[in-house]
Design a protein around this ligand. Structure first.
Ligand code: ZN
Length: 333
């Protein structure tokens, strides 16, 4: 049996550029509508660090609409997950733009005390956003997918009541940040872990349900909408530096393509779905929770997403939240 878990990272660009209205509020509004029309589930990974800092600096008046929207999302029955880009917490707004603190880019590398402090702060702010002081998100996604080294961050997440991580994307490799998921278990759809997200551990503190990827030839990756979006995303390094840094990550024959409902075209989405369905029929390996990813800032094509939701219904694939998936998996792991 296959469940699709659609997840959406709710945030502006990674270097602080862009407006909440265009990059967060408006695309989310359209996605809420299309998922509601199809009675489909969607998990919103709310990036709390930027929202807290933008609110306290009073630089984007649209924060008030965003806060109302998050409350509405929760009340409408969509799932809320925790997403943190810690480089925002010591950010400064200077000369009309944000300068972020890249010393704290990877939460996993900070001290135990600092991790605890930032997680407390993140969850407190998320509770304030949804206006429910008892709310605890079940799922977490790390900023820039950085869940390793997991040894300090995972026990801290578990102490907060988080049960699931969805940061791993199999085959992932980024020289600049140290991401390396090339050794993640190729044949598992979920596993428990504590010290290293690549290594399943029977009594692990968190359940990993990775973002689904497909390994494709590198030349095939470097074309189409994807490359345009990579070029468009503003960054503090020049375009030439950015491209040459990314090309170093691509010095291999195959790279992972994330199952991304905002970046892939319909043909790519259908072909990945077909492969998952075929492998399910052929091998019957039991329950398969498949995580898809999207970003509000990627200008999602609502007509295409609507067609894709029609298609998966026709294929009898259900959409699920992490909460529902966790209940199904709890006695299996
Ligand atoms: Zn993010």
């Amino acid at each position: 049996m296959i469940d699709f878990i659609f997840t959406l990272d709710y945030e502006i660009y990674g270097n602080g550029h862009g407006s909440l209205k265009e990059l967060v509020y408006e695309p989310a509004l359209k996605l809420i509508d299309v998922f509601n029309r199809h009675k489909a589930r969607l998990v919103f990974f709310i990036e709390v660090a930027e929202l807290e800092i933008i609110e306290s600096a009073r630089v984007d008046p649209f924060i008030n609409e965003v806060k109302k929207q998050i409350k509405f999302i929760k009340e409408s029955g969509f799932e809320i997950g925790l997403h943190i880009h810690p480089q925002w917490y010591e950010a400064r707004f200077q000369g009309g733009k944000w300068s972020l603190n890249n010393q704290e880019y990877n939460l996993c590398l900070l001290s135990e005390d600092r991790i605890e402090q930032l997680l407390n702060r993140a969850i407190t702010y998320l509770r304030y956003l949804v206006q429910d002081h008892h709310f605890t998100p079940i799922a977490y996604r790390a900023g820039n997918w950085l869940i390793n080294p997991a040894v300090r961050v995972v026990p801290a997440l578990a102490r907060q009541g988080i049960k699931i991580d969805s940061s791993v994307f199999k085959g992932g490799f980024q020289r600049s940040t140290g991401i390396d998921y090339r050794k993640a278990p190729a044949d598992l759809y979920y596993w428990k872990f504590t010290d290293d997200a690549n290594i399943p551990a029977e009594s692990g503190l968190l359940l990993e349900i990775p973002i689904f990827t497909k390994m494709i030839p590198t030349w095939q990756f470097l074309r189409g909408k994807r490359l345009n979006l990579e070029k468009k995303a503003p960054s503090d390094e020049g375009l030439k530096d950015k491209i040459s840094r990314r090309l170093r990550d691509f010095l291999r024959w195959k790279v992972p393509l994330k199952f991304d409902f905002c970046r892939l075209n319909l043909q790519e989405l259908l072909s990945i779905t077909e492969e998952i369905v075929t492998s399910d029929r052929r091998y019957h390996q039991g329950y398969k929770p498949i995580v898809l990813i999207g970003h509000t800032k990627d200008n999602p094509d609502i007509g295409m997403i609507s067609a894709f939701l029609d298609y998966i219904r026709y294929k009898n694939i259900r959409t699920a939240t992490f909460e529902e998936t966790y209940r199904k998996l709890i006695d299996k792991v």
